[in-house]
Design a protein around this ligand. Structure first.
Ligand SMILES: O=P(O)(O)OC[C@H]1O[C@H](OP(=O)(O)OP(=O)(O)O)[C@H](O)[C@@H]1O
Ligand code: HPA
Length: 191
């Protein structure tokens, strides 16, 4: 069945967003990240485990894992810090902990976006306390101009402008996660 191209603009909650990263750009970059992960984990004693940070990273986690060919596992951690708003509440709230035992494991945290960096910092700090054998991080998107804390990303998709984005897992008040590409707030509309 033919797949329709992502539209150039979408309206979400009465605000206009324009296409920023299309499906091809996203999948090409994920293929590169998968190849890098394959190379980095080819010799490890135990399979790496991806920890996807819900909800936003569910699509990126699924696609990144399928770009990797070495044996690997997955589990999820559920946090929230944005609620209905376009800006961070500044407080990261844990909604569901990690079931897997991460002691001695090679862990790769997977985020859809590093914005202020508070969520990634929180996850890395929490997982460090579980004594993993190694700890790395992946994020599809990062806003360098919005970072408030040190939040290292080992496998980065794209650095992006400091504007609100939706699609490919990223929501605006819980909707728009199902858009197949990444859309950015139209600058003419303002923040
Ligand atoms: O770098 P930060 O400023 O912390 O922002 C990044 C976080 O914000 C979003 O999660 P959100 O709290 O909106 O929950 P969600 O994943 O369920 O959308 C996103 O999925 C990241 O986890
Ligand atoms: O730009 C964003 N869009 C959606 N969710 C987010 N969480 C942090 N930043 C963003």
């Amino acid at each position: 069945m033919p797949v329709a191209a992502a539209p150039e603009t979408v309206t979400c909650r009465d605000e206009r967003f324009r296409l920023y990263l299309d499906e091809e750009a996203i999948s090409n970059r994920i293929a590169e990240l998968g190849a890098q992960i394959d190379e980095d984990y080819a010799e490890t004693d135990t399979p790496p485990i991806f920890i996807g940070v819900l909800n936003g990273a569910y699509i990126f986690t699924a696609d990144l894992m399928r770009a990797v060919t070495v044996d690997c596992e997955v589990d999820f951690y559920k946090l929230s810090s944005y609620g209905e708003a376009k800006v961070s509440s500044g407080t990261v709230t844990e909604r569901k902990g990690i079931d897997a035992d991460l002691e001695g494991r090679h862990v790769i945290v997977v985020e859809d976006i590093v914005d202020t960096g508070l969520s990634m910092r929180y996850v890395l700090d929490q997982i460090s306390e579980k004594n993993p054998a190694s700890l790395r991080s992946a994020a599809l998107l990062r806003k360098p101009d919005a970072l408030k804390v040190d939040a290292p990303v080992d496998y980065l998709g794209f650095d992006i402008d400091n504007l609100f984005v939706i699609g490919y897992g990223l929501d605006y008040g819980q909707i728009a996660r199902n858009l197949p590409a990444v859309y950015i707030l139209d600058e003419e509309e303002g923040e």
